[in-house]
Write a protein of this length. Sequence first.
Length: 504
Amino acid sequence: MTDTTRRALLVTGAATAFTLKAVSFAQAESGDSGDGDSGGVLRRTVSGTLPVGAPDFVYLPVELPRGVRELHVAYSYERPAVPAGTQGNALDIGLFDERGTALGGRGFRGWSGGARTEFFVRADAATPGYVAGPLRAGTWYVALGPYTVAPQGLAYTVTITLRLGPSAPVVRPAYPPERARGRGRDWYRGDCHLHTVYSDGRRTPAEVAALARAAGLDFLAGTEHNTHAGHGAWAEHAGDDLLILLGEEVTTRNGHVLALGTDPGTFVDWRYRARENRFGHFARAIRRAGGLVVPAHPQATCIGCAWKFGFGDADAVEVWNGPYTPDDEVALAGWDAALARGRWTPAMGNSDAHRDPDRVGTPQTVVLAEELSRAAVLDGLRAGRSYVAESSAVAVDFTVADARGRAAGLGERLAVRPDEPVTARLRVTGAPAGAVLRLVTDQGVLHTAQGTDATEWTTTAARAAYVRAEVRHPATAPPLPGALVALTNPVFLGEPAGLRPGTR
């Protein structure tokens, strides 16, 4: 890469893209190496260095001739030592076909981030994370994503191999059914943030499905990073006892969001930052595809993981991600503060399991749905008729009732006069010994009980705009509370002119 190219990379800015010189297989390019056509194989290797401040995405065009049966890409990059506290090199990779790299366009053919060092695409098969299909002649693009760049720069090498010959027939994917037998109207347990070998997970879909069943789940969602290529891998693992939803974890440089329960084959682009004001467009696209917009682990501390797009476009928010940590406590506090301001986004919890020892179903979201179907489960999540539990052993029953016997459950409103007494009743099964039951309003924690499986408390709508419940492990470092065992969405109090479910 020339000094001029390096300067151009710096000038473009971090949130843009840059296109390198094309790799042609018609003749050897200066600076490339190739072994020509030897037994139906063409190969080229290119190298370069990305400087600090390189764009988020750098595209390497590849001119595919006619008659390509398989495209194979391998890459490597230097990982020099860096001082403590300084980011080293990390380089992601993906692929776009001859339809181009336009944001939200149809050219996407796969993404593996930093999880793989090579991949292939054929008409009939592809490396997990990549989309099988025709290899049409034209300009394809290897996408390089410098996640972090060391002070020394990021030196990379990409080797592109074309195998020539007749292509196999295209295999059309089969998708899981949108309805399982279920139990009619009931509480159903699910884990809606899971990864497999189709992105950076280490488990197969079969292994994840088996673990979901063992965890007592009724539904799950496969949400691979920045690819929908795994959608066709789930059908054989669904059953009357396990509904499988499809989706994607849209992994931007300013936070991650679950496109949850989208139509099969839906791809959601991730190549933008908050300052570009493009997320609303993709949030609407998720909804048009039948899915929910769910910011994931919004307070996570990994680079690019914390959510910075705001919650105005969210249908729910993942306030509990995997084993309960201080990150989740901060996310819970932010969610509760929004409730107190009159903005409600239903809470969810998911495992974000990738590999052993990550536990599928820790935590899990328990939703009241009319049936075990994609539409009914998403309706229940959207309405906040749900709670989060650390395992299938934990069950929560929480309602608020007035003196006339009228009651409201999770995500619902009990319309009462401001001074009319109402009683909140919480019952828990499966909580550990010494668990603390807490009732929380917009004023804070107003009632606690310890070492019991049930509690109740009387208040009024004048004192509490809503009441929600928490069940926590005994505190290990008072005055900090213990980790969550369960968390409910709120029950709202008062006339509808007050805080409203669904207020954005």
